[in-house]
Design a protein around this ligand. Sequence first.
Ligand code: ZN
Ligand code: FE
Length: 256
Amino acid sequence: MELIALPAFSDNYLWLLHDGAQALVVDPGDAAPVLEALRQRSLTLASILVTHHHADHTGGVAELRAATGAQVFGPATEAVPEPLVRVKGGDVVRTLGLAFEVIDVPGHTAGHIAYFCPDLDGAPLLFCGDTLFSGGCGRLFEGTPAQMLASLDRLAALPGATRVCCAHEYTLSNLRFARAVEPGNHALAAYEQQCERLREEGRPTLPSRIDTERAVNPFLRSREASVTQAVRAHAASATDEVAVFAALRQWKNEFR
Ligand code: ZN
Ligand code: FE
């Protein structure tokens, strides 16, 4: 199996996974780069996995389905171009001979889902859309801080070796904020250097790993004393863990 991050728009990745003959694509906001990648490699598109309804994740779905006949899977409760197989937490999507467990991760949108494959060539794989980014998390457009915190807890509990396929290359700007929150986090400093090198070489910083995110991502670390103290120094009214998480997200929204 080969996993490819197809760049789209200014900072999206459309994840393409294939076995040399059949492919799946995740969140195709644009059909053109996917069709080109299929053509170059003589692949058939078997399926399209959608994590949430935003246009930069669904804009190419109708054209791709029309061109390839691929089966579309998407969140049970969101407006995604029909026809699609609607799935929710606990469901299993079977495609390319793989089984993807669907995880409900509301917060960025109300019905956002993630797809987790426990074993792909020896390591787990996660497609998490705009819920978890490397060093950050999605903005809360529809869900509450409590929902997003619970969603990120679910993802953080996945095996450490899980490869994390996020839908945007936001890593360096996320890590700049993470460093403001946790200036004494050495794992974060080392990871930031590694990501800077990758970007200088024009390469994606993704996929990340769950264990890396647990070590560097302030949104997975909001219960750590270092993060809680930094948030309270910034927003003194943040008392319980949900309020701390909400204040952390708000701080990031305003961070320049
Ligand atoms: Zn989105
Ligand atoms: Fe997006």
